[in-house]
Design a binder for this molecule. Structure first.
Ligand SMILES: *Cc1c(COP(=O)(O)O)cnc(C)c1O
Length: 379
């Protein structure tokens, strides 16, 4: 990159610092919730009003029978699988491009991952491939809604039902997203939320598993209860989540508008940047917003160059997951080739969400910087 181009980006980014896009953002209601938790002493007790209120609010929001609070989304996925009756020796289907912890959650149970490819436009598990799998030891499927893409839940749930498999829906990246009238996290047998430090609803750490199946809830409770809860969410965490849940829909709308704007602003680079698809009749939530940097699907070094340019300009865009396509067959089954997972593991660019709640100007600056960097790298 020429010095002039670099200065150009830096100048356009001057009011665009890490501080501006830090997370969590200032929130007077969160502050008030912390003060209340101090005053009523709930910050220092095992069981108080906040966890109970959060369970109630989640059940109400998601219209589900139960919400089991837990210590992270990562453990939430494992609990959901155990709740679905997955045991050592069973097999669990997951996408070859997914959050690394989901692969480990299957292994933690002693079960075996079965990898299938994703849809290139959505970054999500390919329902058509799921239909083709024949395997007697499969017990469940993990479906993650990633990077603003939404999986085809109707078809996935249909296939799973016909085979007698359970569906664990990983909604950690998209709380509040909807497919038709259904909230993501309620389409399968169990849905997982994360309240981790970078997520849309945050308490630093934490998670929850949603389900309307009493036997799934019961198995998760039995596994978690060791004379005391083994994977608890604290009263203080629950206290700060409550006001955030109330603002989720409104904030998702703002993020969504900014993403629409970014799509338009980067449309002129469509030869090189393919954004995650807009799904008909659905409302995605944007924890991350993805593009595939198309030239990098076959030449990974180009993404490294692009990211170096972007990081030099402090643009909050990073690489996506590494994916599991390269994992040894000792650790997993790969019934089919995984070309899309492989390509996306090399080409995915992810915009982190805090910028989406800033002024539209910030989205404009991101688009400008991204466009400049792309021109630089492909020229
Ligand atoms: C963040 C995340 C998780 C795990 O959440 P933690 O609470 O950080 O453990 C699981 N799945 C996906 C897709 C995620 O993005």
């Amino acid at each position: 990159m020429s010095t002039a181009a670099k200065i150009n980006i830096l100048v356009s980014m001057l009011n665009y610092t890490r501080e501006t896009f830090g997370w969590p953002i200032e929130d007077a209601e969160v502050r008030a919730a912390l003060e209340r938790a101090y005053c009523d002493g709930s910050w220092g007790v095992y069981d108080g009003p906040n966890c109970a209120a959060l369970v109630g609010a989640l059940r109400e929001f998601f219209q589900c029978e139960s919400a089991l609070l837990c210590s992270s989304g990562t453990v939430g996925v494992e609990l959901a699988l155990r709740g679905c009756g997955v045991e050592a020796g069973d097999e669990v289907v997951l996408a070859g491009y997914d959050f690394p912890g989901n692969f480990r959650a299957i292994e933690a149970i002693g079960a075996r991952p079965v990898l299938i490819d994703v849809v290139g436009d959505t970054w999500c598990l390919d329902a058509a491939m799921l239909e083709k799998i024949v395997c007697e030891r499969i017990k469940a499927v993990i479906v993650s809604h990633l990077h603003g893409g939404l999986a085809d839940m109707e078809r996935i749930v249909d296939v799973a039902r016909s085979q007698g498999w359970h569906v664990v829906e990983d909604a950690c990246q998209q709380p509040g997203a909807k497919i038709g009238d259904s909230l993501v996290g309620t389409c399968g047998d169990a849905g997982v939320l994360s309240f981790g430090g970078s997520k849309l609803l945050t308490s630093g750490r934490g998670g929850a598993v949603l389900t309307s199946a009493p036997e799934i809830c019961q198995r998760m409770k039995v596994f978690s209860e060791r004379g005391n809860l083994a994977f608890p969410l604290s009263e203080l965490q629950a206290a700060v989540l409550l006001p955030q849940l109330q603002k989720l829909v409104e904030r998702n709308l703002v993020r969504s508008e900014r993403v629409d704007y970014l799509r338009k602003q980067t449309a002129e680079y469509s030869e090189w940047l393919r954004p995650v698809a807009v799904c008909d009749g659905a409302e995605a939530a944007y924890y991350k917003f993805a593009w595939s940097f198309v030239p990098a699907e076959s030449r990974p070094e180009l993404r490294e160059r692009l990211l170096a340019e972007l990081h030099a300009a402090e643009v909050p865009i990073d690489a996506g997951f590494r994916g599991f396509a390269g994992r040894s067959v000792r650790r997993c089954e790969k019934p089919f080739a995984l070309p899309v997972c492989h390509a996306l593991s090399q080409s995915t660019l992810l915009l982190h969400h805090p910028v989406l709640l800033a002024q539209e100007k910030a989205a404009h600056q991101v688009a400008e910087a991204l466009g400049q960097a792309v021109r630089q790298v492909v020229s």
